[in-house]
Design a protein around this ligand. Structure first.
Ligand SMILES: Cc1ncc(COP(=O)(O)O)c(C=O)c1O
Length: 402
C-alpha cells in the first residue's frame, strides 16, 4: 500500500507528543503507574459560562452550516478581543475562523507555498509547523535559537538567512516548547529586518498570549510593527487561554487578500468551524475574563515548582520559561551515560525512553522540536502530580552511571 501514498507525506511523522502519550497509555493499560507530561493542554475544565453559551446556541437552533469564514457573532468578538488586548483594528474580511489555530496555519501555508518556497522556523519550534510545510509541499528551514540567547531569534540570524525563496517567518511568542517571549523592542528589531525584504510574510502565532509570567506585558507582532501590516498574519485561538482545546476554534487576522485565499482553502477542506463551538468561543472572548488570569496564576506557580526542582537535579538545566505551560529541559550532561542495566544513552530520544520505562514519566524529546539534547515536560497538571513527577525524575537520573 505504501507505494500508493503521496510522496510528500514521506517526511511527515505523527505528532511526537501524541506518540509519547500513546506509548504512556499503552504502559498504563499494562498496569504501569505512568504520569503523562507529554500532551500540551490545560488540565482545567472549560468555564461554565462558556459551556452555557454553547448549550443555548444549540437550543436556539444554531445547528445549520455556519458561514465558511466564521459567524458574524464570533467575528465581532474577535474584533473586540484584538482591540481590547492588542489595540489592533481588523475588519470582518480580515478575519478567518477555523478549526483550531492549527487549521489557520495550514490554510495559510496551503494558500501561499510553492514547491521551492521556504518557511523559516525558530528552533525549538512547535513540531507541527515543519510537518504542515511538508504536507503542503514547501521547504522548511530551521534556525537554531540557543538556550544562551533565551531561545530567541536574533535580527542578524534572520538577516543572514533570508533569500529569494523565503516566503514566511513563523514567530511564536510565548513559545512552545521553550516558553520564550519577545519584548516589543525585540519584535521591532526583527520587524526592521523584514521591512527590507518585501517578499517575506510573517506568521505571528500568539496562541499562548495570555499565559505570560512575571508581569510581562504582551505585545502582538502586529501592533509592534504596523508598517508590516500588509505582510503579517496573526494566529490565535481559544484552546489554551480558555481551556478549550476540544472545541477546536482558532482565528487568523491579516490582509484581506490572504484571508480570502485561506478561506478558499478552508472551503475545500472542512467548511466553517462548528457553529456551537463558535458560539462558545464568542462568549469566551467577550464574556468575563477572570478565568484567564486565574489559569495563568496557576501555571506560573507550577512553573516555579518545576524550575526549582529540575535545576536541583545534577545533570539537568531548565532556563526559566517566561510563558506557556512547558518546561524545556537541557540534558546534555546525561548524554553518554549508562542506565542501571547497561544501556548507553546517546541522545534525547533514548533519554525520554529511559524516563518512561524507569520513572514512568512521559516526556517528549527535544528532537521533535528541532533541537537536541533536550526534553519537554508539560506543566499543565496539578502541583501534587508535578511534585511526584519531579521526585521520580530525580531518582531516575541519580541511577545513571556517567
Ligand atoms: C505553538 C502552537 N500553535 C498552535 C497550536 C494549535 O492550537 P489549536 O489547538 O488551537 O489548534 C498549538 C497547540 O499545541 C501550539 O502549541
Amino acid at each position: 500500500m505504501s507505494e500508493l501514498l503521496a510522496s510528500r507525506l514521506a517526511p511527515v511523522k505523527p505528532s511526537a507528543s501524541a506518540w509519547v502519550s500513546q506509548a504512556a497509555r499503552k504502559l498504563r493499560q499494562e498496569g504501569k503507574d505512568i504520569i503523562d507530561l507529554g500532551l500540551g493542554e490545560p488540565d482545567f475544565a472549560t468555564p461554565a459560562h462558556i459551556i452555557d453559551a454553547a448549550h443555548k446556541a444549540a437550543l436556539d437552533g444554531q445547528t445549520k452550516y455556519p458561514p465558511n469564514d466564521g459567524t458574524a457573532e464570533l467575528k465581532r468578538a474577535v474584533q473586540t478581543k484584538f482591540k481590547r488586548d492588542n489595540n489592533l483594528d481588523f475588519s470582518a474580511n480580515e478575519i478567518l475562523i477555523s478549526n483550531g489555530a492549527k487549521q489557520v496555519i495550514f490554510n495559510a501555508l496551503m494558500a501561499t507555498l510553492e514547491p521551492q518556497s521556504q518557511v523559516l522556523l525558530c528552533a525549538p519550534y512547535f513540531g507541527q509547523y515543519q510537518d504542515m510545510v511538508a504536507v503542503v509541499g514547501g521547504q522548511s528551514l530551521s534556525l537554531r535559537c540557543e538556550k544562551e540567547n533565551d531561545f530567541l531569534l536574533s535580527p542578524k540570524a534572520l538577516e543572514d538567512v533570508i533569500n529569494a525563496d523565503t516566503k514566511w517567518l513563523i514567530l511564536n511568542s510565548p513559545s512552545n516548547p521553550a516558553g520564550a517571549t519577545y519584548s516589543k523592542q525585540q519584535l521591532q528589531a526583527l520587524g526592521r529586518v523584514l521591512e527590507k525584504h518585501r517578499h517575506v510574510l510573517v506568521m505571528a502565532d500568539e496562541i499562548y498570549e495570555h499565559i505570560l509570567f512575571d508581569d510581562q506585558e504582551f505585545t502582538s507582532f502586529a501592533s509592534a510593527n504596523p508598517q508590516l501590516r500588509e505582510r503579517t498574519l496573526v494566529v490565535n485561538g481559544v484552546s489554551k487561554a480558555y481551556a478549550m482545546t476540544g472545541w477546536r476554534i482558532g482565528f487568523g487576522a491579516g490582509p484581506a487578500a490572504l484571508i480570502g485565499a485561506m478561506n478558499t482553502v478552508q472551503s475545500q477542506i472542512s467548511s466553517g468551524a462548528c457553529s456551537i463551538a463558535q458560539a462558545a468561543a464568542a462568549e469566551a472572548l467577550s464574556g468575563p475574563q477572570d478565568c484567564v488570569k486565574d489559569f495563568c496564576r496557576a501555571f506560573q506557580s507550577r512553573r516555579d515548582l518545576v524550575v526549582e526542582a529540575i535545576n536541583a537535579i545534577p545533570g539537568l538545566e531548565l532556563k526559566t520559561p517566561r510563558g506557556a505551560f512547558y518546561a524545556f529541559v537541557a540534558c546534555d550532561d546525561l548524554i553518554g551515560s549508562y542506565t542501571p542495566d547497561g544501556q548507553h544513552i546517546s541522545n534525547d530520544i533514548q533519554f525520554t525512553e529511559y524516563l518512561l520505562n524507569e520513572a514512568g514519566i512521559a516526556a517528549v524529546p527535544g528532537s521533535a522540536y528541532g533541537i537536541s539534547p533536550f526534553f519537554r515536560l508539560s506543566t499543565a497538571t496539578s502541583e501534587t502530580v508535578l511534585t511526584t513527577a519531579m521526585a521520580r525524575i530525580e531518582a531516575a537520573v541519580a541511577k545513571l552511571k556517567r
